[in-house]
Design a protein around this ligand. Structure first.
Ligand code: NAP
Length: 241
């Protein structure tokens, strides 16, 4: 690969092609951080490039791969170690909203896909990149949703998996804390809809750009100046207002 640059912080955004993830990518690039985004398909790359079109992209590295696949995740982690020597931060903005049948009628195929995208993909990112993050005493920031606290009819899997993701973060936090040089872990739980389309953001309590800024702060400093936060260990609950 041709992107070796030593001495600069390097951060990976999993889900960097999504509505929230691409805003995290933009916020990091604006702070002159080297950003790596693994992508599953050409269409995701095209969407991301279009969103970032007004930013300088010399610090952006797009890699093709399936982070949810064990072997591919390892391959990407190894290529990053070879290229940068270390990884300083990982953001995970994986999975997304879903609405459909109530739980009693939920098709098992739908359940399986939602578990894969909204929960297993998070575990895959942790397993692939925590060994590298530990080498740099790096930071990890996952994005979660307020559906973790509110049972949403006909979106049951989203509530269930968001709650499970919260517990994954809390277990990881307990597992990493005692380690010397363990990964600094946060989950930003956004309690409300995020406007992810920069051209139509009316009526949503949050804008993707502000979430991107908060996550960039968390990855760079471990904290954010936002006042509408309720903090519970590694969980930062972002409230509207
Ligand atoms: N949007 C909101 O209103 C909102 C509100 C509160 C919290 N959140 C949270 O923010 C996070 C991201 O949401 P979003 O709105 O940005 O969703 P999104 O636009 O659907 O983006 C999801 C991202 O995850 C990636 N992804 C999904 N499954 C994957 C898998 N199995 N392996 C690898 N990548 C996978 C997608 O990649 P591809 O491009 O390859 O599909 C895409 O980059 C979620 O945790 C959600 O709960 C969102």
């Amino acid at each position: 690969m041709s992107f070796r640059v030593s001495g600069e912080p390097a951060m990976l955004v999993a889900g960097g092609s999504g509505g929230v993830g691409r805003a995290i990518v933009a916020a990091l690039l604006e702070r002159e951080i080297r950003v790596i985004v693994p992508l599953r398909e050409d269409a995701s790359e095209a969407r991301l490039r279009d969103y970032l079109r007004e930013l300088p992209l010399e610090r952006l590295t797009l890699l093709r791969g399936e982070i949810a696949d064990v072997a591919d995740g390892q391959r990407i982690a190894t290529s990053l170690r070879d290229a940068y020597g270390q990884l300083d931060g990982v953001a995970a903005a994986l999975g997304g909203w879903w609405a459909g049948e109530p739980l009693v009628e939920l098709r098992r195929e739908t359940w399986g896909k939602l578990v894969a995208d909204n929960l297993t993909a998070h575990l895959a990112v942790v397993q692939a990149f925590f060994p590298l993050l530990r080498e740099a005493a790096g930071r990890y920031a996952a994005i979660g949703g307020g559906a973790a606290y509110a049972p949403v009819p006909a979106s049951g899997p989203i509530s269930i998996l968001a709650a499970a993701q919260l517990m994954m973060t809390r277990v990881l936090y307990e597992e990493e804390q005692p380690r010397s040089g363990g990964v600094d872990i946060r989950e930003l739980v956004v309690n409300g809809a995020i406007a992810t389309d920069p051209d139509s953001s009316h009526g949503q309590p949050f804008a993707a750009r502000e979430i991107g800024e908060i996550v960039a702060d968390l990855l760079l400093t471990g904290a954010t100046r936002r006042s509408t936060l309720r903090i519970d260990g590694p969980i930062l609950n972002l409230l509207p207002g």
